[in-house]
Design a protein around this ligand. Structure first.
Ligand code: SAH
Length: 454
C-alpha cells in the first residue's frame, strides 16, 4: 500500500467521526470521509499508517442504498466539517450511531450492556439553539461559515441547515455592517483584525434570543446601527453583548463582555421549568430532544419523592431542577461560577427550594461531601467529553448511592468510566443513545448503573 494508490473498496461501516471504513482484500483498513456503508468506492490513498490509513473518495462504483439522491441539500457539504451525514438517510445515520456506541462499549468492557435503538431527534434540521459563526473575508467581503474538517479554514455558508433561519439573517446583517463601515475581520494567523465571530443562543421555549459579537478589541464602530440590524433579524432579542476576546486561543469567547442592548441572560423553558442562561454557561443545544433525554434520566433515577440527588457537572442545574419536583433534595456541583449563579437563580425563580448548588470541581466537592457523611440515593454524572476521573468515580461509589445515572456525549469515555463503576460494585443497565446532534457524528447516551446488593 502506497500513497496515491487507486483502490476499489467496499465500505462497511463508520468511524466515530463519521468517516466510512473500507477494508482491502489483505485486511488493511482505510478511513474514507463522506463515503457510506454499502458503497463500492474507488479510493485514492492519501496517508498510510502502520495499521490503518486515510483515503479520498474518487468515484462511486456502486452507491449504497442508504445514500440520498445527490446533490446534498446543503451546498457547503461535504467541504464544511460541521455535518458528517448529509449524504445518507436518517435511519442509516441512527443505525451508524447505535453501532458507534456498541463498538465503544465492546472495546472497553468484556461483557458490554445491550444498546437500545437510538431515540431519533424530533427535528433533523434547524435544531441547534447555540451557534458560533466565525467571520472571514472572501473577495474583499465579510462572510460567515464553518470550519473545514480538521482545519481552521472557513467554508462560507449563508444558511446552515442546522441553525434557525433568523441566525442566517443575523449573520448577513453583521457581514453587511462590517462591509459598510470598512471594519476589519480577525485573521488568526497574524492575530490581527477586529471581528472574530458571531455567537447566538436561542431560548426557543421562551421565544428569546441572545447574541454576542466577539471582537479582538474593545469597541465596535457604529455599534448602535448593528444593534438595530440584529434586533430586526432576531425577533425577541433580549441580550446583545460585545465580547472582548483578545487572546490568541481557539476558545470561542473571551472572559469579558460589554452590554450593547438588553440584559446579560437569555431564558428558556425545559420540562416546564424556566432557566436563565448566561453567555458562558453550558446549555444543551437541541431543546426538544434534551427534554426527551431528561425525561429518560428522571425515569431511570426511579424517584419516589424521598431521594437525595447529587447532580455532578450540573451546568445551570437543568437536570437537578427537573428532578427537584420528584425528590426530597437536590445538590448540584459545577465548576463555572456563572453557571452556578444561573442554577441558583433558576431554583429560586421556579420555587424549587429543595435544590442548592455548589461552585467547585466535581471530584473535590464529592470528596468533601463524602467526608462529611453526605449519602445521596441517586447520583447524576454528566461530564464533559473527557469523562470523569477515576478518583471521582471511587468517591461516588464510596457514597454507595443505589443508582447512578450517567449521561455522556462521548461513548469512548462513557465505556471507560462504566468499566470502573463495574469494578466498584455496580451493574450496567441498557445503554440508551439519544440523537441530540442530527447530521453530525456526535451521539449522546444515558445509562443507569445500579448498586449490586452484597
Ligand atoms: N448537566 C448539565 C451540564 C453538562 S456539560 C446539562 O445537562 O446542561 C458539563 C458541565 O461540566 C459544564 O457545565 C462544565 O462547565 C462542567 N465542568 C467541567 N469540568 C468540571 C469539573 N471538573 N467539575 C465540575 N464541573 C465541571
Amino acid at each position: 500500500m502506497r500513497k496515491n494508490d487507486l483502490l476499489t473498496l467496499p465500505i462497511t461501516g463508520y468511524t466515530h467521526d463519521g468517516a466510512g471504513v473500507g477494508r482491502t482484500k489483505e485486511g488493511y483498513v482505510l478511513f474514507v470521509p463522506r463515503t457510506a456503508a454499502g458503497d463500492l468506492a474507488q479510493v485514492r490513498v492519501v496517508k498510510v499508517g502502520r495499521s490503518f490509513g486515510y483515503g479520498r473518495l474518487e468515484a462511486l462504483i456502486d452507491p449504497s442504498p442508504d445514500r440520498l439522491p445527490p446533490p446534498p441539500d446543503c451546498p457547503a457539504f461535504p467541504r464544511c466539517g460541521g455535518c458528517a451525514y448529509r449524504h445518507i438517510n436518517y435511519t442509516a445515520e441512527l443505525a451508524a450511531k447505535r453501532r458507534q456506541v456498541e463498538a465503544a462499549l465492546a472495546k472497553a468492557l468484556p461483557d458490554p450492556p445491550p444498546v437500545a435503538d437510538v431515540v431519533p431527534s424530533p427535528e433533523i434540521d434547524r435544531y441547534r439553539n447555540k451557534i458560533a459563526l466565525p467571520v472571514g473575508l472572501q473577495g474583499g467581503h465579510a462572510v460567515t461559515g464553518y470550519y473545514r474538517l480538521h482545519s481552521h479554514d472557513i467554508v462560507p455558508c449563508e444558511d446552515c441547515l442546522l441553525q434557525p433561519r433568523e441566525v442566517s439573517a443575523a449573520a448577513q446583517a453583521l457581514c453587511a455592517h462590517i462591509d459598510r463601515h470598512g471594519i476589519s475581520v480577525y485573521d488568526e494567523r497574524t492575530h490581527s483584525g477586529l471581528v472574530r465571530s458571531l455567537f447566538v443562543r436561542a431560548g426557543q421555549g421562551a421565544g428569546q434570543y441572545m447574541a454576542a459579537v466577539v471582537v479582538n478589541g474593545q469597541t465596535l464602530p457604529a455599534a448602535q446601527g448593528l444593534t438595530e440590524a440584529l434586533r430586526a433579524a432576531l425577533p425577541g432579542l433580549v441580550s446583545l453583548q460585545l465580547n472582548h476576546h483578545t487572546a490568541r486561543t481557539n476558545l470561542l469567547l473571551g472572559a469579558r463582555s460589554t452590554l450593547l442592548f438588553g440584559q446579560d441572560k437569555v431564558e428558556d423553558l425545559l420540562l416546564g421549568i424556566r432557566h436563565r442562561i448566561s453567555l458562558h454557561s453550558f446549555y444543551q443545544i437541541n431543546r426538544l430532544q434534551c427534554e426527551a433525554l431528561y425525561r429518560c434520566a428522571i425515569r431511570l433515577a426511579g424517584l419516589t419523592g424521598a431521594e437525595r440527588v447529587l447532580d455532578l457537572y450540573c451546568g445551570i442545574g437543568t437536570i437537578g431542577l427537573s428532578m427537584a419536583p420528584h425528590c426530597a433534595e437536590v445538590l448540584g456541583v459545577e465548576l463555572l461560577p456563572q453557571a452556578v449563579l444561573d442554577a441558583a437563580e433558576g431554583a429560586r425563580q421556579n420555587g424549587l427550594h429543595n435544590a442548592r448548588f455548589l461552585c467547585a470541581d466535581a471530584a473535590q466537592a464529592a470528596r468533601q461531601l463524602a467526608d462529611e457523611g453526605f449519602a445521596p440515593d441517586v447520583v447524576v454524572l454528566d461530564p464533559p467529553r473527557k469523562g470523569c476521573d477515576r478518583a471521582l468515580l471511587q468517591t461516588v461509589a464510596g457514597m454507595a448511592p443505589g443508582r447512578i445515572v450517567y449521561i455522556s456525549c462521548n461513548p469512548a469515555t462513557l465505556a471507560r468510566d462504566l468499566a470502573v463503576l463495574l469494578e466498584l460494585g455496580y451493574r450496567a443497565g441498557e445503554a440508551q443513545p439519544f440523537d441530540l446532534f442530527p447530521r453530525t457524528a456526535h451521539v449522546e447516551c444515558v445509562t443507569l448503573m445500579s448498586r449490586v446488593e452484597k
